[in-house]
Design a protein around this ligand. Structure first.
Ligand SMILES: Cc1cc2nc3c(=O)[nH]c(=O)nc-3n(C[C@H](O)[C@H](O)[C@H](O)COP(=O)(O)OP(=O)(O)OC[C@H]3O[C@@H](n4cnc5c(N)ncnc54)[C@H](O)[C@@H]3O)c2cc1C
Length: 433
């Protein structure tokens, strides 16, 4: 362990794995340290895997990776207490040769990804927590200390892929403590069902899968969403809200999940299932404005540790893999050019991210978090009004359609006022522009 590495990668989640794989594949001497018993042991995700960023790293990953189902149908549900208003998109086009999205189980997927990292030549040590970053007299990060002993390990650069609750970076003063309104807490369960029951319940054949994203009164007035994803023989169900909202409301994440499971539109999907796993995890939700410093003398930050989650589109693992890859490529290029891994040179990592979908997407929604804080009625009032309106529209009760239309519009105006409705539409357009 007195060896000097080209790079040390902290964490074996998708971000750390992508960084370590990229560098090891290019022949760099890489050490990856993971505190879990095995990669994925401590990781939680819904989980939808977006194929594109992995395609760029391991084009034939579909042949071996533990994938559950490819997603052919997306359901977006807006729930009130007894109903949902939904938009479903299902397409045979998603039954393509190289599907675009898959459901996965992270414990299995991370193990597989880590095997690729080892095969590429990195030294991967699990059950090893990085406890401290080591700096030289000028403050440059030159290595790490771990809980395996006092001996430091040195490297030209340390890549921090330690996830959302990155205590290492915080302790080293590279970023501030997480703010409760910048992070969601999600509770998740795995419900097992016989494969044929699951497939007939969701109208699936072969490896086809469905994902459901849900919002509305199920989050009890808090900012958050729920989900149900179909795996091969199980359903992943979860719900998450901002930590600050949990604190203010006194609601517990598991209380919320219980209520979600018992919603009349959700309960029949789970009926007869056996729960085998519980978990809870944080999700960065602060968006663009919460992204911390991403590079410095001898260090880079990737994945959730850099707050790289697109909360609107429920994307995180793809940003993690992409930032990991780009960080790896930055280090490879500097080493090839014989350049030091100092702040000035590592700036090219941020520059490359700025040119990519990662920063462009985060930037696009930069005002969304504050918009949601100021417009909580979107999570409560609007789902109720939408349900009321839809029910009124479909109920045949002798009322003429013009009267129904007036009644529906009147109810929206009564609840939000004409100016309120116009203001909401305008604000939504501004956020989405
Ligand atoms: C409930 C839930 C549902 C989600 N659903 C989706 C989804 O469907 N699709 C999607 O794309 N994203 C989803 N996400 C987000 C996604 O999971 C993350 O964006 C992604 O896991 C980030 O990867 P990462 O490698 O940065 O962090 P992580 O996956 O958290 O990995 C960090 C790793 O670092 C290790 N570590 C931490 N500290 C140390 C240390 N000091 N020393 C050594 N090792 C350390 C941890 O053990 C861990 O293995 C979801 C998240 C949650 C919580």
């Amino acid at each position: 362990m007195t060896e000097h590495f080209d790079a040390i990668v902290v964490g074996a989640g998708p971000a750390g794995n992508a960084a370590a794989y990229t560098m090891a594949k290019a022949g760099l001497n890489v050490l990856q340290l993971e505190r879990g018993e095995y990669p994925g042991a401590k990781n939680v995700q819904g989980a939808i895997l977006y194929a594109d960023p992995l395609d760029k790293l391991i084009p034939d990953f579909r042949e071996e990776a533990p994938l559950e189902r490819h997603v052919i149908e997306q359901r977006m549900w807006m729930l009130d207490d007894t109903s949902y208003v939904g938009m479903h998109y299902r397409s045979e086009d998603f039954n393509e040769q190289r599907p675009n999205r898959y459901t996965i189980i992270r414990a299995q997927f991370d193990k597989w990804f880590s095997r690729q990292v080892r095969a590429a030549g990195a030294l991967v040590l699990c059950e090893t927590t990085v406890t401290e970053l080591i700096r030289d007299d000028e403050g440059r990060v030159i290595g790490v200390r771990t809980d395996r002993g006092e001996e430091p390990v040195y490297a030209s650069v340390v890549i921090l892929g330690e996830g959302v609750n990155g205590l290492l970076g915080q302790r080293a003063g590279l970023r501030t403590e997480l703010k409760p309104d910048h992070v969601a807490l999600a509770a998740k369960e795995m419900h097992f069902l016989p494969q044929d029951v699951l497939e007939s319940r969701f109208n699936l054949k072969g490896n086809e899968g469905v994902v459901i994203e849900a919002m509305g009164t199920v989050t009890a007035g808090m900012i958050g969403t729920g989900f149900i994803y179909t795996n091969r023989e199980s359903l992943s169900i979860g719900i998450g809200c901002l930590v600050s909202d949990f604190v203010d409301s006194g609601t517990t994440p598991y209380g919320l999940l219980e209520a979600f499971k018992h919603h009349p539109s959700i309960e029949p999907l789970l009926r007869g299932s056996e729960v085998k796993e519980y978990s809870a995890h944080l999700i960065p939700e602060g968006g663009y404005k919460a992204v911390p410093e991403l590079y410095g003398d001898g260090w880079l930050v990737v994945g959730d540790a850099g707050h790289f989650v697109n909360g609107v589109h429920r994307e995180g693992s793809n940003l993690a893999i992409t930032t990991g890859r780009v960080a790896g490529e930055t280090v490879i290029a500097l080493k090839a050019a014989g350049q030091p891994m100092n702040k000035k040179n590592l700036r090219s990592y941020k520059h490359a991210l700025d040119q990519s979908f990662v920063m462009k997407d985060l930037k696009k929604y930069k005002d969304l978090p504050s918009f949601m804080h100021k417009n909580r009625h979107l999570f409560d009032l609007y789902p109720k009004l939408m349900s009321q309106a839809t029910q009124s529209w479909f109920r045949v009760d002798g009322t003429d359609k013009l009267s129904k239309e007036r009644e529906i519009i009147g109810e929206f105006r009564k609840q939000r006022g004409f100016a309120g409705l116009l203001g909401d539409a305008f604000k939504m357009m501004r956020v989405w522009r």
